[in-house]
Design a protein around this ligand. Sequence first.
Ligand code: AMP
Ligand code: FE
Ligand code: FE
Ligand code: ZN
Length: 285
Amino acid sequence: MGVRGRFDLHTHSTVSDGTEPPAAVVEQASRTELAGIALTDHDSTAGWADARAAARAAGIGLIPGVELSTRLGWRSVHVLGYLVDPADPALLAETERIRVSRRERARRIVEAIGADYPIGWEDVLAQTSAGATVGRPHIADALVALGIEPTRSAAFAGILHPRRGYVEPHYAPTPAAGVALIRAARGVPVLAHPGATRADWVIPADEVAELVDAGLFAIEADHPENTSGGGPAALALAERFGLPITGSSDYHGSGKPNRLGDRSTAPAVVDAILEQGSGTTAEIP
Ligand code: AMP
Ligand code: FE
Ligand code: FE
Ligand code: ZN
């Protein structure tokens, strides 16, 4: 017996850079046509317990997940991991290392911006929930609160754009290491939003071949930020390697234009994820 409707397999809460607590994201999903969602905060599983309780109360499906930050040279590559064991020692150690590096990197970025604009680390902390995975979105929110930038998106296009010189990378494992880590934690790895970039920056096919060897399950080819060149390229990669396709909104609350359920994943693909992932249980009503 499989799931009966579509799932939005990529959402964020205040545990990382979303603007709503995990329970609020789940409650909002229960007011849509969706059969369920996956909560996939960056490098953290801290929202799972609240999301589970909310899913049970609302009678909606929940697949616990994580969005692992990886890097291939200059390219930031995100790998979604569904149903991983949240206590897996290797996964715990790696996500902890990434979160610590993200925090140190954010402090350095804010220090650099602070040389030119009136912003300090306290301003960023004021925009961040305790223990949250810190990212550029929290710096963006601080810039907005201080009246330096008008919106989160404007901050990304402005002060936080790499070409302005303030932003630097954080520690991240390679994508292949990330995929292997998720499989070793009995989770299901999916390449996140490879089409959300210009066609000539899409992850190369020989790298995807390595990810497939490491255990990649699917490609998130249906994503609201797909570009006119990147979207078809992501689809072509899935076809070339015979991988299933997932669709997701990458919801961040009010922090991004993406709306919950904007994109969603077919029941048969959700069923395959539920079959393959055994590191934790899903909440399926
Ligand atoms: P970071 O991981 O700290 O480099 O920040 C990148 C994150 O910021 C991505 O995972 C997105 O969730 C978010 N992001 C990227 N662009 C935007 C935007 N224009 N508006 C809001 N959030 C964004
Ligand atoms: Fe994000
Ligand atoms: Fe992402
Ligand atoms: Zn995301």
